[in-house]
Design a protein around this ligand. Structure first.
Ligand SMILES: [Zn+2]
Ligand SMILES: [Zn+2]
Length: 144
């Protein structure tokens, strides 16, 4: 198959899915492996158009269903940036998203502790998504 060059990624994707208690069906492995590999927070559209080149039988509905399933089982996180279409992230621990306004890439920023807010009593936080916009180091270098 055209996918053989990614064998290592797919094998790792399958074993991670298994360890999360998810049956490693071929479409799940393909979508999850792709997310692990690209790590650029793609939308459903981007995932679909990338994968259908090597998996012609794939439909967009299948990609949606697989992503829903992976989100439900905490293998993938759905992030919504600027209220636009959802994007997907194989990094499921709390981290910060930094979007560069020049190159439009979304960077993962690891922080030992995601900033805490002083919420009124009674609110319990389950997930924190921090989103920052600005200029990435690469673009900043070309600006100054
Ligand atoms: Zn940039
Ligand atoms: Zn991320």
């Amino acid at each position: 198959m055209a996918y053989s060059k990614n064998d290592k990624v797919l094998k790792e994707a399958a074993s991670r899915l298994k360890s999360l208690g998810i049956r490693p069906l071929s479409h799940r492995v393909a979508v999850y492996g792709h997310l692990m590999h690209v790590n650029n927070h793609p939308s459903v559209e981007e995932i679909y158009s990338e994968l259908k080149q090597s998996i012609p039988t794939l439909s967009k509905t299948t990609v949606y269903n697989v992503l829903d399933h992976l989100c439900e089982h905490h293998a993938v996180r759905k992030i919504v940036i600027e209220g636009r279409e959802a994007r997907y992230d194989a990094m499921t621990h709390d981290h910060i998203h930094f979007k560069c306004n020049t190159c439009n890439l979304i960077y993962d920023i690891e922080q030992p502790k995601v900033p805490q807010l002083n919420l009124p009593a009674g609110y319990e936080v389950t997930t924190t998504q921090v989103y920052i916009e600005g200029l990435c180091p690469h673009c900043a270098k070309h600006m100054h």
